[in-house]
Design a protein around this ligand. Structure first.
Ligand SMILES: Cc1cc2nc3c(=O)[nH]c(=O)nc-3n(C[C@H](O)[C@H](O)[C@H](O)COP(=O)(O)OP(=O)(O)OC[C@H]3O[C@@H](n4cnc5c(N)ncnc54)[C@H](O)[C@@H]3O)c2cc1C
Length: 540
């Protein structure tokens, strides 16, 4: 790989797309799953193109609770295999992207005598499963120590607490790091490039048809293998894989939404996250320090549509604020919410309309009920569909996808493990992710950022800390090196201001549009972002 900063200019990328010979692999979808597959495949020496309809991580992958975790609640459900795999991946990710994924201490405050031993023993088991990959030992805490670590925890009846260790990350910037690392290794990755059709010959998938969202120009790509990694939207791509006039395929995804509220850091100062293992309706809830603010979430509400920007339900906001009020001395109100965002989980239903897969099965997902694990299905046509799972396990999922594609003969065999010790672009020890966003988020690329015009010109500064923020140079970096095309690309996913403070993000739309226009030589609209930010700022 070159040590020069990676320039990703769209006209040159489009020329490459137009000129391309058949690819080994076309990946459809630029979230955690698709980007993981693209990086793994290019690291094994395959020729790879990845096409994302909107922007990298525009879907679920920018809307996570930001935890790199084994999933304590899966342990409670007895799903040891899932937890063990996630714990291995947790440490792999922390090692490969230390600027974007770090360990984080969590405290479970306890109010009844039985809670401390009960949760403590469970979390000790969590430590035992992590083994040498553990991030720190689980400890029993006195009430006084619990209140020291969580200065704003509700004191009345506080009996003690349990501290355990897990990880946290910046999801959208990690997605960008995966995209850029894949590009640096030779993959062609493009955002704002939806796949609008599949190429089929004699019932076999032979490539895709994509359309540049900016110009409407169409591209026909030939490929040995096509992977559908479009998250909750996989069924729309699966449905492209049928003969004219044939009935639609039965959907395999049942979406469920999760809401997060963001409030000021003052509601949970300090360096520890708060974990509620059992809410009033039996779920897990987190309050997590993140980029200078506090994230509260999440919910799990089935829905029957697949909106790109799903809206929160009033009952979900009531639930989160109600639970926060039980555990925080000063309860946040609706007026305190700086941003509210919603992600869709693809829960997988058993399917039966796909043909034999490479492992001799019937192609149905290996699940009996709605599954939180990932599912890979290889259809009769050879279309490989992957969905479900979690961010933390994206790398293991990618290995699974490639194994299934190779087993089916869609790709020649090449050994797994290429991404196990593959540092992502910018990898360098970083400042805690609890601090406001700033240059440190760029890791070893911070020097490139500092050399750009406007490195000390701040468009926005974090008001609570007076540190970090968004500089003019960060917008230029986003345009030159991170494929940002729209104001939303910058303010939602390169800098996370939309998720941290939607009203402040709206105020930055104009200056960001002007800078992006200067960098890309085209008119950039600010109005649509202002409308979007108004939705993130409005709390039902
Ligand atoms: C509320 C919530 C909280 C979560 N918290 C955590 C957490 O803390 N830790 C964790 O490990 N996991 C977490 N997860 C799970 C994790 O976020 C998801 O498993 C992961 O982001 C899914 O990634 P994906 O790539 O499969 O889907 P997505 O991120 O949705 O990506 C799919 C992409 O495909 C694109 N696309 C769709 N159609 C097309 C097309 N025709 N052509 C091209 N592109 C297309 C979309 O634009 C989208 O970008 C959470 C999930 C939710 C819902």
């Amino acid at each position: 790989m070159s040590s020069l900063p990676l320039l990703l200019e769209r006209p040159a990328l489009l020329d490459r797309l137009a000129a391309s010979a058949p690819w080994d692999l076309v990946v459809v979808g630029g979230g955690a799953t698709g980007l993981g597959v693209a990086l793994d495949a290019v690291a094994r020496g395959f020729s790879v193109v990845l096409l994302e309809a909107e922007d990298f991580a525009k879907g679920t992958s920018s809307r996570a609770t930001k935890l790199v975790h084994g999933g304590v609640r899966y342990l409670a459900q007895g799903n040891v295999g899932l937890v063990r795999e996630a714990l291995v991946e947790r440490s792999t990710l922390l090692a490969n992207a230390p600027h974007l994924a770090q360990r984080l201490p969590f405290v479970v405050p306890t109010y009844r005598r039985w809670e401390q031993p009960f949760y403590g023993v469970g979390l000790k088991l969590y430590d035992a499963l992590a083994g040498a990959r553990g991030l720190g030992p689980t400890e029993w805490l006195s009430a006084r120590r619990t209140a020291e670590l969580l200065p704003t925890v509700a004191r009345e009846g506080l009996a003690g607490g349990v501290r355990y260790w897990d990880g946290q990350f910046d999801d959208a910037r990690l997605a960008l790091a995966l995209a850029r690392t894949a590009a640096a290794r030779g993959a062609l990755v493009l955002n704002h490039m939806p796949v609008v059709g599949l190429r089929r010959e004699a019932g076999r998938i032979t490539g895709v048809v994509a359309e540049d969202a900016e110009s409407g120009r169409r591209f026909e790509l030939a490929a040995r293998c096509v992977v559908n990694a479009t998250g909750v939207w996989v069924d729309a791509v699966r449905d492209m894989d049928r003969d004219a006039g044939a009935p639609s395929r039965a959907p395999m995804v049942a979406p469920s939404q999760g809401v997060h509220l963001v409030v000021d850091r003052a509601f949970l100062p300090g360096t520890h996250a708060l974990m509620v293992p059992k809410t009033s309706d039996g779920r897990v809830l987190f309050a997590v320090p993140w980029l200078g603010k506090t994230i509260l979430g999440t919910t799990d509400t089935p829905r029957d549509d697949l909106a790109r920007e799903p809206a929160p339900f009033k009952a979900e906001v009531d639930f989160i604020l109600g639970e926060a009020a039980r555990y925080l001395a000063r309860a946040p109100s609706r007026a305190d919410v700086r941003s509210v965002w919603v992600g869709l989980r693809p829960l997988v239903k058993p399917a039966s309309d796909d043909g034999p897969d490479g492992e001799g099965g019937d192609g149905a997902p290996h699940t009996k009920a709605l599954s939180r694990e990932h599912t890979v299905v290889v259809g009769r046509s050879g279309l490989v569909t992957v969905t479900g799972g979690k961010w933390t396990t994206y790398r293991a999922m990618a290995e699974d996808v490639l194994e299934r594609a190779m087993a089916r003969g869609l790709l020649p065999r090449r050994p797994a493990g290429a991404t196990l010790r593959l540092p992502l672009l910018g990898a360098a020890a970083g400042r805690p992710l609890g601090e406001p966003p700033g240059e440190h988020g760029y890791g070893s690329e911070a020097a490139v950022l500092r050399a750009l015009p406007g490195a000390t010109h701040w468009l926005w500064r974090d008001a609570e800390s007076g540190q970090g923020g968004l500089s003019e140079a960060m917008v230029r970096f986003a345009a030159r090196h991170e494929m940002a095309r729209t104001v939303e690309d910058v303010l939602a996913r390169r800098c996370r201001l939309l998720f941290l403070d939607a009203r402040e993000a709206a105020r930055q739309a104009g200056p960001v549009a002007a800078l992006l226009g200067e960098e890309t030589g085209r008119g950039v609209d600010a109005g649509s972002f202002v409308e979007l930010a108004a939705r993130y700022a409005s709390v039902p």
